[in-house]
Write a protein that binds this ligand. Structure first.
Ligand code: NDP
Ligand code: MG
Length: 408
């Protein structure tokens, strides 16, 4: 049974953008700027980027702006004073929940990176908002509890991740028919910057190399996840929860040109795919406009000038050796409740440690494996349980990082 709920959109949406200073947040505001008659910004949030949030306030005149870091919030408040704009500046993580669930808000773009966005996603779900989910880690950690809050609140959960938006666009309107009709969900993956690299040399990869994605410009964390293919691992888990399909029905296909964003294979062997230029404004506009289509500002896909589309099986060309993390998706979905959350926490710590040069690129997978081995998850019945699980797994992952970095 699907967890995506439908309802017609109202004429003027009020929107909170959680993580407006990030890559998805900025693309969201580019789409919003094209539709002043349809979308009004209610609140914008970031962690500490004062200059950018200040500019966004001048341009979009939200009622609220929030920076989690208190010093940055104070600076923003001071800078906004002489402008005469009526923007209330908030700080701290708790008020993220408030801005996600406020009565005046119709739609929430969840584009904070990592499990830090979980609580605000749940707040939006409980309050019955139209929830545009870019923050895949929140669903990976939240799992069934996240979905139960969506159901209880009567929220509308719409995927923003390009693959999941593609699948959603390739599925029939009535979610109750999905399970009977779907043979496979085929998630495409670009393979990132190292799809052809000799796996024996991956330990030499630098953060700069890992963040240089061939097709997409994204935040640092997801760029590293794309280079290890942990991003695809998280996306398999995300697809399982979003579309209610068994993990055995989810396949990954490497498609370096990123033109087909994902596909659904049906029982009759018909395959429906969604295509477009690799630009996140497309799935963002789809989420904002759904069930209508609104302009995204993305470039048109030119079939004549597109390089030939190619596909590689994950089992071919030493991809298994190159990207060992991908298979953890099926493993954690098979094992105890809470295991996806442990994997996510370990991976967040591992990526952070790689970016700060404490561990090597190849040790990201080692941190994930060892944390999964050492930390036994318990099933989570509340947000507090999930947060405790996340914190516990982070502690274990940090110990593993220390062990690895001291044995260098
Ligand atoms: P970025 O790193 O570019 O942006 C992250 C945003 O979250 C920023 O606004 C940042 O604020 C804010 N933030 C960071 N830490 C915290 C915290 N602890 N509490 C509150 N806010 C915080 O990430 P992306 O935009 O690339 O990704 C966002 C999410 O979307 C991720 O889950 C990613 O997997 C998903 N996604 C991204 C895609 C992309 O193309 N970028 C594609 C598909 C999914 P500040 O700027 O002040 O640090
Ligand atoms: Mg994606």
């Amino acid at each position: 049974m699907s967890q995506i709920y439908g309802a017609k959109s109202s004429t003027l949406q009020t929107l909170t953008v959680l993580g407006s200073t990030g890559s998805i947040g900025k693309s969201t505001l580019e789409v919003v700027a094209r539709h002043p008659d349809k979308i009004r910004i209610f609140a914008l949030t970031g962690f500490s980027q004062v200059d950018l949030l200040f500019e966004q306030c001048l341009r979009f005149k939200p009622q609220y702006a929030l920076l989690v870091d208190p010093d940055s919030a104070n600076t923003l408040r001071t800078r906004l004073l002489p402008t005469g704009l009526d923007v209330e500046v908030l700080t701290g993580s708790q008020d993220l929940d408030l801005l996600a669930s406020h009565d005046s808000v119709d739609t929430v773009m969840a584009s904070i990176v990592g499990a830090a966005g979980l609580s605000s996603c749940l707040a939006a779900a409980r309050a019955g908002k139209r929830l545009l989910l870019a923050n895949k880690e929140a669903l990976v950690v939240g799992g069934e509890l996240f979905l139960s809050q969506v159901r209880a609140g009567g929220a509308k959960l719409l995927p923003i991740d390009s693959e999941h938006s593609a699948i959603f666009q390739s599925l029939p309107e009535d979610p109750s028919t999905w399970n009977d009709r779907i043979e496979k969900i085929i998630l495409t993956a670009s393979g990132g910057p190292f799809k052809a690299r000799d796996p024996q040399t991956l330990h030499l990869v630098t953060p700069e190399e890992a963040c240089r994605h061939p097709n997409w410009v994204m935040g640092q964390k997801i760029s590293v996840d794309s280079a290890t293919m942990m991003n695809k691992c998280l996306e398999v888990i995300e697809a399982h929860y979003l579309f209610g399909v068994d993990p055995s029905k989810i396949d990954v296909l490497i498609h370096p040109q990123s033109i087909i964003h994902s596909m659904v294979e049906y029982k009759d062997m018909s395959v429906v795919a969604q295509l477009g230029t690799p630009d996140m404004k497309v799935p963002i506009a789809y989420g904002l406009g759904w069930p209508e289509r609104i302009e995204s500002g993305a470039n048109k896909l030119s079939f004549q000038n597109t390089p030939p589309m190619t596909f590689e099986d994950f089992e071919s060309n030493r991809h298994r050796e190159r990207f060992p993390g991908l298979l953890l998706a099926w493993e954690v979905l098979r094992s105890a409740n809470g295991a996806p959350g442990v994997l996510n926490a370990a991976n967040e710590i591992a990526v952070e440690s790689f970016l700060s040069k404490k561990i090597k690129f190849t040790q990201i997978h080692e941190v994930n494996l060892r944390t999964l081995d050492k930390y036994l998850p318990r099933s989570a019945k509340s947000l507090d349980d999930l947060l405790a699980l996340d914190l516990g797994a982070r502690d274990v992952a940090r110990q593993v990082v220390e062990e690895l970095s001291s044995s260098k």
